[in-house]
Design a binder for this molecule. Sequence first.
Ligand code: CMP
Length: 148
Amino acid sequence: MTQTSTQTLQQTLSIVKPDAVGQNQIGNIIEYFEREGLSVVAAKMVHLSPDDAKKFYEIHADKPFFGELVEFMTSGPILAMVLEGSDAVATNRRIMGATDPTKAEAGTVRADFATSIERNAVHGSDSLENAKTEIGFFFKDKEIFPRA
Ligand code: CMP
């Protein structure tokens, strides 16, 4: 990883969720990331089992929506990706927009592709620490191809 005075090259985990995969929007969504300078350095399509989804979202286990979240995330295949770029965690979250698409800024992925707070098209790591854990959930080191 290289560093400039103000920005750091990072990797973050991105998921294209079952709603967006089912609507054939994978390519359109990746374009939002690439045109803002993020690069796909790993990708795999996965159909999560209920146990996988519960483990991935374990920090939300006590939330009232947890059951629905697991059901939705196991309803079809997802595309898991590692995105790399300058301040990738924050950059990805800016490109995705707010979790609730009714609050997402115009031109963000969720404003353009999400249909509800649950069916919200994409997931992105919310911190560098969680990015490392989430990347490790889906990818081995040898499956990641850093550009830098
Ligand atoms: P994500 O970024 O994948 O992280 C956790 C997910 O839980 C979130 O996106 C939403 O899809 C979902 N979620 C968050 N809040 C709610 C809610 N109030 N009702 C249903 N799903 C939610």
